[in-house]
Design a protein around this ligand. Structure first.
Ligand code: FE2
Length: 275
C-alpha cells in the first residue's frame, strides 16, 4: 500500500507563530516523514490576516499549501495576491465571485491531493452551506484523486463533528481550526476519515488564544473594542499528522502533536517584523 503522510500545522498566530514555523516545519516534516505540509495562516499578520510577503515566506519554510478562515480579508493587499497564488486558500463557501480559490488539487511524488478550505456558520458569518458545497467539491476532486483533506474553520464543535459524519469515508480528513485550543478527540471514523475538532495553534500560549492577556481581559471587563496584539511567551507549534492510503484516500492514523519552541534562543530569524 502506498502511504501518504500529511503534516498539518495549526493556525499561525503573529510573529511568534511565524518564527516557530520558520524553524520547526522542516524539522517536523523529517521527524514525521511527512510527504505534504498544510498550514493555516489566517492569523499570521499580528493575529489578523496575512500579507503577501508573509505568505511567500511561509511557503519557503516547507509548506505546500496554506489555508485560512474568517480573517483572510483583514489585509487589503491579500486580494491581489490570492488571485495569482492558488495555493493560498480562502473558505470555499464565500459567495460566488469572491477573489481566490476555496480548494486546490496539488501533486507531489506522483500523487495528487485535493485540499478544501471551508468555514462554519455557527457564531460566524452566514456563508453558503459548507455541507452541501463540500459534497459538490468532493465529487469534482474525486475525478482526479481520493486523497482529500479539509480544513474546516469553525467555532462550534457540533458543526465540525457533523461535517465529519456527513463526509464519512468520502474524504481523508476533516480537521477543525479557528478556536486555537487543541482538542483531544482525534479519531479515525468507521469509514476511514481522520478527524479532530481543533488542531490547536502555533504561537504564544501564555495568552488568550494567542493574544496578549491584559487587553483581552480588559475587553471583557469594559465591553469596549480595545485593540490587542499577539503575545510572545511560551511559544509552541501544534497540529496533527494524518496517514492515509494514497490510492483509496482512506485514513489509517491521526496523531496530534504540540511542541515547545524556545523563541529566546533564536538568532538571525527573518521573521522580525513587529506584527
Ligand atoms: Fe479564525
Amino acid at each position: 500500500m502506498a502511504e501518504t503522510k500529511i503534516l498539518f500545522v495549526a493556525d499561525l498566530c503573529g510573529r511568534a507563530g511565524r518564527q516557530a514555523a520558520s524553524y520547526m516545519i522542516k524539522t517536523l516534516k523529517e521527524r514525521f516523514s511527512a510527504d505534504y505540509v498544510i498550514c493555516n495562516v489566517e492569523n499570521a499578520a499580528g493575529g489578523f490576516g496575512i500579507t503577501p510577503e508573509m505568505s511567500k515566506k511561509v511557503f519557503s519554510y516547507g509548506v505546500d499549501i496554506q489555508t485560512s478562515g474568517n480573517h483572510i480579508w483583514d489585509r487589503q493587499d491579500i486580494i491581489k495576491y490570492i488571485n495569482v497564488e492558488p495555493r493560498l486558500l480562502r473558505p470555499a463557501n464565500f459567495p460566488d465571485g469572491t477573489p481566490g480559490n476555496g480548494y486546490y488539487i496539488d501533486s507531489f511524488d506522483n500523487t495528487k491531493i485535493g485540499v478544501i478550505n471551508l468555514m462554519g456558520r455557527i457564531y460566524m458569518k452566514d456563508l453558503d452551506c459548507p455541507f452541501r458545497l463540500a459534497e459538490k467539491i468532493v465529487e469534482k476532486i474525486k475525478h482526479e484523486t481520493n486523497l482529500i483533506f479539509i480544513d474546516f474553520h469553525a467555532e462550534a464543535t457540533s458543526e465540525k463533528q457533523a461535517l465529519c459524519y456527513h463526509l464519512d469515508g468520502l474524504v481523508t480528513a476533516v480537521i477543525g481550526t479557528h478556536t486555537h485550543v487543541q482538542t483531544a478527540d482525534e479519531k479515525i471514523s468507521k469509514r476511514g476519515t481522520a478527524y479532530i475538532t481543533d488542531a490547536g495553534m502555533t504561537g504564544a500560549y501564555d495568552s488568550i488564544i494567542g493574544m496578549q492577556t491584559k487587553p483581552s481581559v480588559e475587553r471583557f471587563l469594559s465591553g469596549m473594542p480595545i485593540r490587542f496584539s499577539p503575545a510572545s511567551e511560551d511559544v509552541k507549534i501544534s497540529g496533527v499528522v494524518v496517514t492515509a492510503d494514497s490510492n483509496t484516500g482512506e485514513a489509517t492514523d491521526i496523531e496530534r502533536y504540540k511542541f515547545d519552541f524556545d523563541i529566546n534562543s533564536l538568532t538571525g530569524s527573518n521573521e522580525n517584523s513587529e506584527e
